[in-house]
Ligand binder design. Structure first.
Ligand SMILES: CCCCCCCC/C=C\CCCCCCCC(=O)OC[C@H](COP(=O)(O)O[C@@H]1[C@H](O)[C@H](OP(=O)(O)O)[C@@H](O)[C@H](O)[C@H]1O)OC(=O)CCCCCCC/C=C\CCCCCCCC
Ligand SMILES: Nc1ccn([C@@H]2O[C@H](COP(=O)(O)O)[C@@H](O)[C@H]2O)c(=O)n1
Ligand SMILES: [Mg+2]
Ligand SMILES: [Mg+2]
Length: 220
């Protein structure tokens, strides 16, 4: 939903910045790589220490690079298959680092095995949700469903909650409860999304197999 409705807004806001980077000679690939490195640093340095406010600030500064890189490539007319591959592959790395950061906190000083498991579930299910679409498309299916919780939702829900939960260290009482709530929401939402996508791939592959069976062996 965010991908559908918020993307146009962010494209408008970020286009002048993307144009400036191009004028400075920065490449879209460099933005993709630096953005991912920044997200990883924010998540893996700050979150395991329980510094959720500062971790979220650092991640937020870098995560929008994922909207800037494609914008730059399109403005410069240099969108490429390599760029699409690099962008999607490094999305998986950045997402892995964010949920690993939460899991490391709960495995250590956060001391909560259940929330550690929920964070690991968010990490794994998010990767599988993305994989279902990539693999379905690679076998020639449209995979005409995005599902309840796409990547943008996973990031916004968990990062807004982490940023606010981090205010607990500045004296805001009880606000740290937001992070466990967000992790549970992302976990359940990812499971629902996974089921939605698998059901769609199952239906589309049955239809495609039936169509190629009707057209004879030459179509297989
Ligand atoms: C005092 C409080 C302190 C709080 C600190 C600050 C809080 C800030 C909190 C959060 C900011 C979060 C921002 C998250 C922005 C996410 C941007 C982003 O990277 O979106 C990526 C997304 C998808 O891009 P792609 O097409 O490149 O990705 C494809 C997709 O991901 C597929 O994934 P799948 O769905 O299949 O899992 C992959 O299959 C494919 O491979 C991949 O290529 O882009 C978008 O969706 C565009 C829309 C972005 C919408 C961003 C909305 C941000 C909204 C609000 C943030 C600000 C909230 C502030 C609240 C403050 C609270 C205190
Ligand atoms: N280094 C890059 C990154 C992206 N692209 C192209 O942009 C598309 C993704 O757009 P986003 O707005 O989601 O970033 C991607 O599919 C590529 O076509 C690129 O060429 N090089
Ligand atoms: Mg991108
Ligand atoms: Mg991306």
């Amino acid at each position: 939903m965010l991908n559908k409705y918020a993307r146009a807004f962010f494209t408008r806001v970020l286009t002048p910045f993307a144009a400036l980077l191009l004028r400075l000679g920065v490449s879209p690939d460099a933005v993709t790589l630096i953005g991912t490195a920044g997200v990883m640093a924010g998540a893996l340095v700050f979150f395991p220490m329980g510094e959720f406010f500062w971790g979220t600030i650092v991640i937020t500064l870098f995560v929008f690079s994922d909207l800037v890189d494609g914008n730059m490539a399109r403005q410069a007319g240099i969108s490429s298959r390599w760029g699409a591959f690099l962008d999607s592959t490094l999305d998986r790395v950045a997402d892995g680092a964010i949920f690993a950061g939460f899991a490391l906190w709960y495995a250590g000083r956060g001391d909560d095995n259940i929330l550690c498991a929920v964070a690991i579930f968010c990490l794994a299910s998010g990767q599988v949700v993305s994989y279902t679409k990539a693999r379905g498309e690679s076998i020639g299916l449209p995979v005409a469903v995005n599902g309840l919780v796409e990547r943008a939702e996973r990031l916004v829900i968990s990062l807004v909650a982490a940023g606010l939960a981090g205010l607990h260290k500045f004296g805001v009482p009880h606000i740290d409860i937001l992070l466990p709530i967000a992790l549970w929401i992302v976990a359940v939402g990812s499971l629902v999304t996974l089921i939605q996508r698998v059901v769609t791939v199952r239906r589309e592959s049955a239809e495609a197999d039936a169509a190629s069976a009707a057209n004879g062996p030459a179509d297989r």
